[in-house]
Design a protein around this ligand. Structure first.
Ligand code: CTP
Length: 415
């Protein structure tokens, strides 16, 4: 990180533009909280700076011309956002702001909370100096979330979600006047006036937090959850499910190899929507324009959770049955089912699926079957599935036994 900041300093001086580390990166630096994103603001041509900076770092970069911003990616996982400092005005409540070039101070003044208004000078002259126009450091020390002006939540109601998220993430408090403004915005139903996709992005960030339940509880108290769906609330059963989901996510991350990726936000979002009908979930997906893949994972879960949980409760259940029950579901949905499962038996079945059954491969291939005269078609599918099930159920123990079983099945007329 230090090297990246020194390179930014040298690039800034070479180009002769004032450059600052800004926003969340400075907040987290001062609070000594890990953060792998760097936000850089340039009083001048941000894209020009990013291009030069990326060249010195030998890093990839991508300009977003419409916004005058660029992203520099430093492998393996550092993201540097570069923007020209700007000023914003809100033409209507909840609408996207109108953006013009502006000074650093304008850029700080357009922000959500004082803790996000800090900037750190990166030019050699004054390197490391903190610009603190809105008492951000004082509020960090007092652990307070404070807006910059009373219209803040009306201009941008997604700040209701952001304020709650920062408050719960850092164990801060929303200060009294800010809380009054937040409640006033909620009374005006401000969250319904924002583009649903912007609300979705904030919900996504909220569910990406390490402990989303804390923020969801606070959200329920301060704003309710009906802005997501009129029938949605955070019952105590739902809170227990979310708490269990947090435990099951840790279990997954500790027990499964790192290449098994889990979209943790989706685990929590599925748990949050649990209990809504398939139609209601569909309505949420359409309103917030979730991606097709996300929508599918949500709908499959909503449509099959009760049936699958019931089936998994059966006393005598073979590994192949467990496999075919769980295989159509995403890992996220399976983790929510694990969180929902009351009995140890169901939990164990799901653990076996995730740690053993789901990685099962058989040695019989299309070529093997072609050798027995079986071509792609129903019989071909049947033979592969029976061999696969036999392997899961430990009825075959070696490649030879798998091939022998395939040969036997290939000889039988398909029924
Ligand atoms: N911002 C804002 N209002 C919003 C969204 C963002 O004022 N609705 C400002 C904040 O000052 C924030 C900065 O834009 O610091 C960057 O936004 P983002 O990357 O979302 O926030 P971070 O502060 O970096 O938070 P996180 O740690 O969650 O990434």
């Amino acid at each position: 990180m230090q090297r990246l900041l020194y390179e930014a300093r040298d690039t800034a001086d070479r180009l002769g533009v004032p450059v600052f580390l800004i926003g969340g990166s400075v907040r987290d630096l001062i609070m000594d909280v890990g953060n792998f994103d760097l936000d850089i603001a340039v009083e001048g041509d941000g894209i020009g700076f990013a291009k030069d900076y990326a060249r010195t770092l030998k890093a990839a970069w991508l300009a977003h011309k419409r916004f005058g911003t660029a992203t520099v990616t430093v492998k393996p996982h550092l993201k540097i956002d570069v923007a020209s400092t700007r000023r914003e005005t809100y033409p209507a409540a909840g609408a996207l702001p109108q953006v013009k070039a502006g000074s650093l101070i304008h850029d700080l003044a357009r922000r959500d909370f004082t803790i996000n208004t800090l900037a750190l000078r990166l030019n050699r002259k004054g390197f490391g100096e903190v610009v603190d126009k809105f008492n951000g450091r004082k509020d960090i020390a007092r652990k307070l979330i404070r807006i910059l002006h009373d219209r803040s939540f009306i201009d941008d109601p997604t700040r209701i979600l952001r304020g709650i998220r920062f408050e719960q993430r850092y164990g801060f408090h929303i200060e009294p006047r800010t809380l009054a403004c937040l409640k006033a915005a909620v009374r005006r139903d401000a969250l319904s006036s924002v583009g649903p996709q912007r609300v979705r992005d904030e919900l996504h960030l909220l569910c990406k937090e390490k402990h989303p339940l804390k923020s969801l509880k606070r959200l329920q108290v301060l704003a309710g959850l009906h802005f997501i769906h009129p029938r949605l609330s955070l019952s105590s059963a739902k809170q227990q499910l979310l708490a269990q989901a947090e435990r099951q996510v840790s279990w997954f991350e500790n027990q499964l190899p790192p290449h098994r990726q889990l979209d943790t936000w989706l685990v929590y979002f599925l748990a949050l929507l649990d209990g809504l009908s398939v139609n209601d979930v569909h309505a949420v997906c359409r309103r917030f324009v979730f991606r097709k893949g996300e929508e599918k994972r949500m709908l499959v879960y909503a449509a099959s959770r009760t049936r699958v949980l019931q089936a998994l409760q059966k006393k005598e259940i073979r590994p192949s049955e467990i496999y075919h029950l769980l295989e159509p579901l995403s890992f996220e949905a399976i983790i929510v089912l694990k969180a929902k499962a009351a009995g140890k038996g169901v939990q164990r079945h799901i653990e076996l699926f995730l740690t053993q059954y789901s990685g099962t491969r058989i040695s019989v291939s299309g070529d093997t079957l072609a050798g027995f005269g079986v071509r792609p078609g129903p019989q071909y599918q049947m033979v592969l599935r029976r061999v696969f099930d036999a392997k899961l159920n430990r009825q075959v123990h070696s490649k030879e036994e798998e091939v022998a079983l395939a040969r036997d099945l290939a000889r039988k007329p398909y029924d």
